[in-house]
Design a protein around this ligand. Sequence first.
Ligand SMILES: Cc1cc2nc3c(=O)[nH]c(=O)nc-3n(C[C@H](O)[C@H](O)[C@H](O)COP(=O)(O)O)c2cc1C
Length: 94
Amino acid sequence: MKGIVVYDTSYGNTKKIAETIAETLKESGIEVDLFDVKNVKKLSGKEYGFLVLGSPTRFGTMSFAIREFAFAFVHIEVDWCENTFEKPNIRPSN
Ligand SMILES: Cc1cc2nc3c(=O)[nH]c(=O)nc-3n(C[C@H](O)[C@H](O)[C@H](O)COP(=O)(O)O)c2cc1C
C-alpha cells in the first residue's frame, strides 16, 4: 500500500513531524510520498491507500492551506470510493 503525507508549515515544526512520520512508515516497508501542501498541484486518489495531513495550529484550527487542500480532496475521495477504500476523515469539524 502506498500512502501520502501532506503538511503545511511556516516555521518548520510540522515539516519535521511529517518527515518523521514518512520516514517511520518507510522503515516499516510502507511506500510514502511526502509533500509540502504549497507544492501540491494535482493528486490522484487512486494512487494512494491512505493520507496523513499535518497542520500547524492557527487560531485554534488548521491552517488555511491545509483546510483548502482537505476540501479540494473531497473530489479525490470519489475515486477512492470507487476503489472501495475507506474514506479518510479529513473534513474540518468547524
Ligand atoms: C498566527 C499564529 C496563530 C497560532 N495559533 C495557535 C493556536 O491557536 N493554538 C496553538 O496551540 N498554537 C498556535 N500557534 C502556534 C503554532 O501552531 C506553533 O508554533 C506551530 O508549531 C507552528 O508550526 P510550524 O513550525 O510548522 O509553522 C499559532 C502560531 C501563529 C504564528
